[in-house]
Design a binder for this molecule. Structure first.
Ligand SMILES: CC(C)(COP(=O)(O)OP(=O)(O)OC[C@H]1O[C@@H](n2cnc3c(N)ncnc32)[C@H](O)[C@@H]1OP(=O)(O)O)[C@@H](O)C(=O)NCCC(=O)NCCSC(=O)C[C@H](O)C(=O)O
Ligand SMILES: [Mg+2]
Length: 285
């Protein structure tokens, strides 16, 4: 599948040390998995987690799900060994936490070679250097680390996420300018379905490709929020049809539901239909 066409609606973190969760993920309808060696793994479990994860990935069974391994930072005692191990794992990409600048990405690439790299965007320095990080030739995607960000910015939690808006916006601009995938941060209250749905809706409106998750109970809500809705698909079809008809008459602007439709709207409409088709194909297995 063309990597740009692939959906990233739901991106589930799995602690690399948890056998049951590693197994369960093989059956969950997620688009991508972040196999975590960093924050979800206790310090005295780090070395075991690396081996457990290596074995799980070698065993396989994750199907079409994108497999991303989050290593510990290269400034920690585990980072270098993680990065060397990832090279040998059956993974699609490596995720570097707390990226501050493009130089951090260079340091990882010196170990992992040409493996695609994703960046955790979760520090004030990372926000200020987002454009340079996004432009790195091996950079494939951004993951918002809203917990670390809130910690460093000393913000309070608000349902409208106003204190994080500048950071989210900077990362979205940088990612979109370079054509990267960008997924939103986690929603910590994993039993609060309404809160999750509202945050998904906000992230989708802002232009995120999907959201990172911490628990299987969050998957269906997120998949639904980041997939084109039936109403969006219907509108896209009508916009394309109306525009083609208008074009055939030598005009450049159609009107659908009282709103103008120009060539640029048709581009979006086609993207919506293409995304819906890819999701259907994935669901069909
Ligand atoms: C939050 C949890 C600790 C809850 O775990 P648990 O009490 O086991 O939940 P349940 O009993 O409800 O689990 C039901 C079954 O689901 C499986 N499970 C649970 N979580 C996952 C998962 N993430 N992936 C796959 N499967 C999962 C359980 O094994 C049960 O299965 P079974 O027994 O077969 O029925 C736990 O959910 C958890 O550890 N979640 C991940 C936490 C995590 O990864 N944190 C780090 C990432 S978030 C982060 O770092 C953000 C970022 O850096 C930032 O700064 O913001
Ligand atoms: Mg973090």
């Amino acid at each position: 599948m063309d990597p740009r066409q692939r959906p990233y609606r739901s991106v589930l973190y799995i602690p690399g040390s948890r056998d049951r969760a590693l197994d369960k993920a093989r059956t969950l309808p997620v688009d991508a998995i972040i196999f975590d060696l960093e924050d979800a793994v206790a310090a005295d479990e780090k070395a075991n987690a690396r081996e457990t994860l290596k074995a799980a990935l070698a065993e396989g069974g994750y199907g079409e799900r994108v497999k991303i391994v989050r290593i510990n930072g290269l400034d920690t005692e585990w980072g270098r060994a993680d990065a060397e191990a990832v090279r040998e794992m059956n993974a699609d990409a490596v995720l570097l936490p707390k990226v501050g600048s493009a130089a951090d990405v260079d340091a990882l690439a010196a170990i992992t070679g040409d493996m695609p790299i994703w960046a955790m965007m979760e520090t004030p320095q990372g926000m200020l250097n987002a454009a340079g990080i996004a432009a790195h030739p091996l950079m494939a995607g951004f993951v918002m680390g809203t917990n670390d960000l809130a910690k460093d910015l000393q913000t309070r939690f608000r349902p409208d996420r106003l204190p994080l808006m500048t950071s989210l916006g900077l990362c979205l601009l940088a990612a979109k300018a370079e054509g990267l995938i960008i997924v939103d941060g986690v929603y910590n209250a994993f039993k609060d379905e309404d809160g999750l749905a509202a945050e998904c809706e906000q992230g989708r409106d802002m232009g995120f490709d999907g959201k990172t998750l911490i628990h299987p109970a969050q998957v269906n809500i997120t998949n639904a929020a980041f997939a084109p809705s039936d109403a969006e698909i219907d509108l896209a079809r009508r916009q394309i049809a109306a525009f083609e008809e208008t074009e055939a008459q030598g005009q450049g602007v159609a009107v659908v539901d009282g709103k103008i439709v120009e060539n640029l709207h048709v581009v979006t409409a086609r993207e919506i239909l293409a995304k819906a088709e890819v999701i259907l194909a994935l669901q069909a297995g």
